[in-house]
Design a protein around this ligand. Structure first.
Ligand code: AMP
Length: 147
């Protein structure tokens, strides 16, 4: 376990704790729901970012959004998986963090979300800040302080 001082953690920024974009599973604008469901199922994540080819963040797509869209009144409309694009279903009104934001802003943001996307000034996707990483860091600080 790394030794980390409480002040060190409090003075850190979102960039120091985020999972970098190249390690984050995502789908692209134009992908259909079948592809998104495949990525979500294979990775085991509940929601993933939707990006364009130049890596701008457009929203989030989750299994629940897809299932909700294909549940008809009398049956599951599986054909919609192939017909609908992720941009027709994704959530666009999402919280965003900047790499330079203080870690406490990140902690606040993940109180109500399992993870929050991190973008730069041009809304280019930089990575995600997750509740799991925050709790791991806090655990390290608490254990170091107890020694
Ligand atoms: P975790 O903190 O690992 O439990 O992840 C919480 C949520 O963050 C997951 O359900 C995903 O929606 C998202 N997430 C975490 N890691 C990744 C990743 N590498 N790629 C895409 N989404 C992720």
């Amino acid at each position: 376990m790394i030794e980390i001082e409480p002040t060190q953690l409090l003075e850190s920024t979102v960039a120091e704790h985020m999972i970098d974009a190249d390690k984050v599973a995502h789908v692209q604008i134009g992908n259909n729901l079948e592809h998104a469901l495949l990525v979500l199922t294979k990775t085991g994540y509940t929601a993933i970012p939707v990006l364009d080819p130049s890596y701008h963040l457009h929203g989030l797509i989750g299994t629940n959004m897809i299932m909700d869209k294909i549940f008809g009144l009398e049956r599951i409309e599986f054909e919609k998986l192939d017909q609908l694009k992720v941009e027709e279903v994704m959530l666009t009104d999402i919280p965003r963090l900047k790499t330079t934001d203080p870690v406490l802003k990140g902690v606040h943001a993940v109180t109500n979300n399992g993870f929050v996307c991190v973008v730069n000034e041009e809304q280019v996707f930089e990575g995600i800040f997750t509740r799991r990483v925050v709790l791991k860091r806090l655990n390290e600080v608490i254990h170091a302080a107890k020694k």
